[in-house]
Ligand binder design. Sequence first.
Ligand code: SF4
Length: 332
Amino acid sequence: MYNKFFSHIYVERQALEYETTGLILKKFKNSEIIYIDHYKDVFSRKHQDFMHQKNCQSIILAVNNEKSVYKGAPVCQSFGNEHFYYCSNIKNCIFDCEYCYLQGMYTSANIVIYVNIEDIFKEVDSIAEKHPVYLCISYDTDLIALDGITGFLAKWNDYVCKRKNITIELRTKCGYSSFIENFSNYINDNMIFAWTLSPDFVINRYEHKTAQLKQRLKAVNYVINNGGRIHLCFDPLIYCEDFEQVYGEMFKEVFSAIDSTKVEGVSIGTFRISKAYLKNMRKNRVSAVTYYPYECHNGVYEYGDEINSKMLGFAREKIEEYISADIIFEGN
Ligand code: SF4
């Protein structure tokens, strides 16, 4: 029998000075509050059980005293942007995708929320003094899914609306109802919503607690109909025997549901993961996606050239029926 989700909230003593801490704690009046000196004392302990924690996640409110904004790695989806950055407001996610790298990267499934978001804004401002910035703000989490707790999206919206040379991208697997509840007021030109889309077969098997494809598409349409900007991410593509049928039907469903002329960019990529992360993921979870016999190239596990080119070639061919080739970006 597990504790309820968020039955325990760990709070760094230095986080108590921040407004966000008070606002979040107000939402958890029945949770037990445990005061700590440093979030890593709880979050980075060895011998934690990631999967058990995933069933009863706690929140850790912390102050990030280190750098928060990073230049995107070459394997990241930059959508052709030269000055591509990402930042992490939050570590870990309330969704539970079996292929998620977070379960290989962290020893804990508890959710760290950095309450000093204003320091990230200052860091982004100093980069934007030199050149335009394209910033992904939903890395290492699904920010929209957690917005009911954090309220960060209103802050990001206020921040970015006043800055001409900053564009932020929010990647999500949320559906229409969570989107409307948390985000419908924040559609503007500085904000791009990037929906990860998968066939329901993959969602039901591997992307636990995320929205079904129809719900994601309903949210995409809402953004489009309200003048918002959209990217679609078919990444990771997960190999299965009847890949062409499963993904072929999905592409048909996606592009018959939405107006493809309104899509600004599409990313495609097959599943890939670092050797070290996969080793940890296999310890944490027995899953067809973690135990697939991947090939290791330069420290990265992937399907191998034959399957990769078959999947990417197929996806590209289908997507190009609706989307111009010059806005389709490959992540491999
Ligand atoms: S939605 Fe993204 S961050 Fe969340 S569990 Fe799935 S892959 Fe990980």
